[in-house]
Design a binder for this molecule. Structure first.
Ligand SMILES: [Zn+2]
Ligand SMILES: [Zn+2]
Length: 184
């Protein structure tokens, strides 16, 4: 969906305070043991996000007709400010991860939610950078840009992971070699 500048960057501004809020929920029962559980939950949430990112991009944005149609716009005009409407990601993560777990295990719920939000922020930041930082010097970004440009170049058939290529490697959709020089 075309968002305009404000809509496109709103999540970049909105996620950090929400993330801090969930981290703030963590310490109230932190003994040494609780601290370890909280930190592990944040790390697990971050890792979980990378799989959600892969599945969402591969099977919903590229195969589910309604979302595919919206995502096609990004593939046709990669540098324009198309994206998921702001706050939708934050609300979905809060409702689907935090809320159901909160009644069962509050530390795990807050930690997983904070980790997933950090993953989501990483994803939108890296995706923006792959299209708009033309000559990255940081090795991670060089690889992310190459991977994602190949995703666009191959018409969305490979390299669905944006923040990491790990799940493409696991699911056999990784494609890293080309002689093509990318403009985007
Ligand atoms: Zn893209
Ligand atoms: Zn795509």
């Amino acid at each position: 969906m075309h968002l305009g500048k404000f809509g496109y960057f709103l999540d970049f501004l909105a996620i950090p305070p929400v993330l801090v809020f969930f981290l703030y929920l963590l310490p109230y029962e932190l003994s040494l043991m609780g601290g370890g559980v909280g930190a592990a939950a944040v790390a697990a949430g971050f890792a979980m996000w990378t799989l959600v990112e892969y599945c969402f991009h591969r099977w919903l944005l590229h195969e589910w007709p309604w979302l595919q149609h919206l995502h096609d716009e990004h593939h046709q005009d990669p540098d324009a400010l198309f994206g998921t409407p702001p706050l939708v990601g934050i609300i979905q993560i809060s409702l689907c991860v935090f809320l159901p777990l909160w009644f069962w295990e509050p530390v795990t719920a807050a930690g997983l939610t904070a980790g997933m939000l950090a993953g989501y922020l990483t994803y939108i930041s890296v995706h923006w950078a792959t299209h708009h930082v033309r000559n990255p010097r940081w090795g991670y970004l060089v690889r992310a840009r190459r991977r994602h440009m190949l995703h666009h170049y191959r018409a969305g058939k490979t390299n669905f992971g944006v923040s990491t290529g790990f799940w493409d490697w696991v699911f056999g959709t990784q494609h890293l070699r080309t002689t093509h020089h990318f403009q985007h």
